[in-house]
Design a protein around this ligand. Structure first.
Ligand code: PEP
Ligand code: MG
Length: 747
């Protein structure tokens, strides 16, 4: 066997390219390609197996095996050597195939006479499409160069397959990435949606795979890498003051961009005849295949970084930006690795749904998606690699499910679900002007949570009686600079205008924890949720708090004003914050501004400590709103952002309910108005239980008002309280099952 040279590979790639350029049906071309490869590799056999469905490979073309077996021989994923290559996405190279573990003899192919076997995966950016195999009679181990050369050929094949070049009449070719897939993630905003995939960062499409002059192509690659290095260095210079994680990512980018190994591997690809962009993509594919098998999350993140860097390089080489000229589909469902709140706001209400590979339940993007009531599923593995622009996609935010390219039966079941939800929405809409009055005659006040101007049209539509929580930090989060006071005045005034006299509880800035503003320097904290956040920042750096309070006073312009302070842990913090507000009132008065008709100053009860504050605290505050999201995380010592621990503890656990009852009792004793504004208030059963223990005002996202009202109107709060009391007496850990039974018994 003569040694395989670079020029052999280049010649092979050119022949492949020419074969592709010829007219003819897909099958003929594929046959011709196997002939060319067998000839060039000096083997008797070359076969192409492609995925028919996610689990089955089909022999689709062969040179050397029995042609009768084409489109008949099928293998399961993992079955035989071919199945093993497909499953592990790694080559199998053996001089004696029949002796190899897992070998499966397929008599119909006539392959028993062939001893040596080399199979490599056909994959594109981690999408597995099939397996390319060469076999020969003599028992030889293929050299590393040969394996490498066959991988390069497989890469070119992968591109061709995606272009649909082989899909001839009646051929059962269906590359894996075109298969239906059910992907599971985590619910971040409920709701169902159907539409087409719209990639936030569209793939770079590569049309030129083979080079004509390897020297010139290498120079092109090097020039692009140099540009990339300069741009990463520039980014690093600008980002000096950015947060630590951002810097870390950029430093990793820099490390990769300057990595000799990376450039060397790409240069080798070019020397074998690939174009510079195809060479980059081949390395990217290999990295993605490795990514799947790496158990270490940190390393996986680094490989992600390499992936991002490869995309940058591809954009430099092809000159393609994010705007590919593709038109946004009519019902776009955004698919992205991650997205910032500002970018999400740019898309606005156009989006029907959002699917993120990363993301967090409490992230800014999630908060914005909620404000816009767009169904959102996060932590969906592989979505950015599996989904292609325009793919049919259905998402169920409540269940955290994503159906990509669903089969007809799945799609129609899904549509039934959508129709049922739409019907339920209609029912809720019919309740809009009715009070949330239980059977026993007790009325519950349902308010809504808001944070963006975009929320406010919901105030009317949802049937809420006001805004129980206006998260003012969202305005700060979605901008790149601190808003000016005059802007805030205009914004708050608009909020009050559109509330038309209904109460709006403005919560002062709750920054820190996961809500980080790019323009604000922050200390590096080991535990940000329990760190320098919310009112702690407000009191230590009172400039922003003062500015915000001034804006609120001016915006009220004689109307009543409601302000509350977040994460107050002890009485003195409330006193200090209230004193700031009062001083600003006095100052505004001196400056000649009209003061609000009435000012209510309240707190968010978000730390257990505040529930045990002295009686005088309960008398001093005008109202208390329980911030259940934070209160629950501190009560159970379970991070609200951590999916591993968050779900272990139930709001309806008897311990948490008992704690809430103690808060209710203290407020009743002091005559302090009390409400609850955490996310759980929007879950009908949880809301029902809260109302039954005396939390008479609940604030929730607008879409929850209808479902909560519907359940309350069917229930008898005294009976609910009894169900809870029984669970407590019996020493049950949670009252949820009993409450579920009760709700199911209602007509
Ligand atoms: C809460 O903690 O329950 C709350 C309403 O505030 P946020 O979710 O903004 O922390
Ligand atoms: Mg909170």
């Amino acid at each position: 066997m003569p040694h395989r040279t670079e020029s052999d590979s280049r010649r092979l790639l050119r022949r492949l390219r020419d074969a592709l350029a010829e007219a003819g049906a897909g099958q003929e071309r594929l046959d011709r390609i196997t002939t060319i490869i067998a000839d060039s590799m000096r083997t008797e056999v070359c076969s192409v197996y492609l995925f028919r469905d996610a689990q089955t490979l089909e022999l689709c073309a062969t040179e050397g095996l029995n042609p009768e077996a084409v489109h008949k021989t099928r293998l399961k994923l993992g079955e035989g050597l071919v199945g093993r290559v497909a499953r592990n996405a790694r080559p199998v190279n053996t001089p004696n195939a029949p002796d190899e573990r897992g070998f499966r003899f397929m008599p119909e192919t006539g392959e028993e006479v062939f001893s040596s076997f080399l199979g490599v995966p056909i994959q594109r950016l981690g999408e597995r499409l099939g397996v390319l195999v060469v076999q020969s009679k003599d028992a030889r181990t293929f050299t590393e160069d040969e394996v490498y050369a066959l991988e390069v050929v497989a890469m070119v094949l992968a591109e061709m397959t995606e272009l649909g070049a082989f899909v001839g009449e009646g051929a059962a070719l269906a590359p894996l990435h075109k298969h239906p897939a059910l992907l599971r993630g985590v619910c971040a905003q409920e709701g169902v949606a159907e539409g087409q995939v719209w990639l936030h960062e569209p793939r770079v499409s590569i049309t030129r795979l083979v080079n004509d002059d390897s020297e010139a192509e290498t120079a092109r690659l090097r020039a692009a890498v140099e540009k990339l290095r300069v741009s990463v260095d520039d980014l690093l210079r600008v980002a000096r003051s950015a947060d630590k994680e951002h810097l870390e990512v950029l430093q990793t980018y820099r490390m990769f961009a300057h990595s000799r190994g990376w450039l060397k591997r790409m240069e080798e690809n070019v020397m074998l005849g690939l174009s510079a962009e195809a060479a980059v993509e081949k390395e990217q594919s290999a990295a993605r295949a490795r990514l799947e098998t790496v158990p270490d999350a940190y390393l996986r993140d680094r490989l992600h970084d390499l992936d991002d860097l490869s995309n940058r390089l591809l954009r430099l080489l092809t000159g393609q930006g994010n705007d590919t000229g593709a038109e946004m589909p009519e019902r776009p469902i955004l698919v992205a690795r991650n997205i910032g709140p500002g970018e999400l706001l740019d898309y606005g209400r156009k989006l029907r749904g959002i699917v993120l590979e990363e993301g967090a339940v409490g992230s800014h993007a999630t908060i914005v998606a909620r404000a816009l009531a767009i169904p959102l599923v996060i932590n969906v593995p592989r979505i950015t690699t599996d989904a292609l622009n325009g793919d049919h996609i259905m998402i169920d935010g409540s269940e955290g499910q994503v159906h990509l390219r669903p089969e007809d039966s799945v799609a129609s079941a899904f549509r039934d679900k959508m129709a049922m939800q739409a019907k339920a929405q209609e029912r809720y809409a019919s309740l809009r002007d009715l009070p949330a009055e239980a059977r026993c005659g007790t009325r519950v006040r349902l308010m809504m949570n808001a944070g963006l101007m975009a929320d406010l049209p919901s105030l009317k539509g949802s049937g809420a009686e006001g805004v129980g929580l206006f998260r003012t930090e969202l305005q700060f989060l979605v901008r790149s600079t601190v808003p000016r006071r005059s802007e805030l005045v205009a914004l708050y005034a608009r909020v009050l205008d559109s509330a038309q006299g209904q109460r709006v509880a403005f919560r002062t800035l709750d920054i820190g924890s996961d809500k980080v503003m790019p323009y604000m320097k922050r200390p590096d904290e080991p535990n940000p949720a329990m760190g320098w956040r919310a009112i702690r920042v407000g009191l230590d750096k009172s400039g922003v708090l003062r500015m915000q309070v001034q804006a609120l006073i001016r915006a009220a312009a004689g109307r009543p004003l409601t302000v509350m302070f977040p994460l107050v842990a002890q009485m003195s913090e409330f006193e200090a914050a209230r004193a700031i507000l009062m001083r600003e009132m006095e100052r505004e008065r001196r400056l000649g501004h009209v003061l609000p008709a009435r000012v209510e100053v309240g707190v968010m009860l978000e730390t257990p400590s505040l529930a045990f504050a002295p009686d005088s605290f309960f008398e001093l505050v005008d109202f208390i709103s329980v911030g259940g999201n934070d209160l629950k995380q501190f009560f159970f010592a379970a991070d609200r952002e951590n999916e591993l621990v968050r779900r272990r503890y139930d709001t309806l656990s008897t311990s948490f309910i008992t704690f809430l009852q103690q808060i209710v009792a203290r407020c009743v004793a002091s005559g302090t108005p009390l409400s609850f504004c955490g996310e759980d208030a929007g879950r009908p059963l949880d809301a029902l239980a809260m109302a039954a223990i005396g939390l008479g005002t609940l604030s929730m996202r607008p879409a929850s008002v209808g479902p909560v009202k519907a359940l309350i109107r069917r229930a008898h709060l005294g009976e609910v309280a009894e169900v809870i009391a029984r669970a407590q007496v019996r020493g049950l850990e949670t009252a949820r099952p009993a409450l579920l039974d009760y709700a199911a018994s209602l007509d």
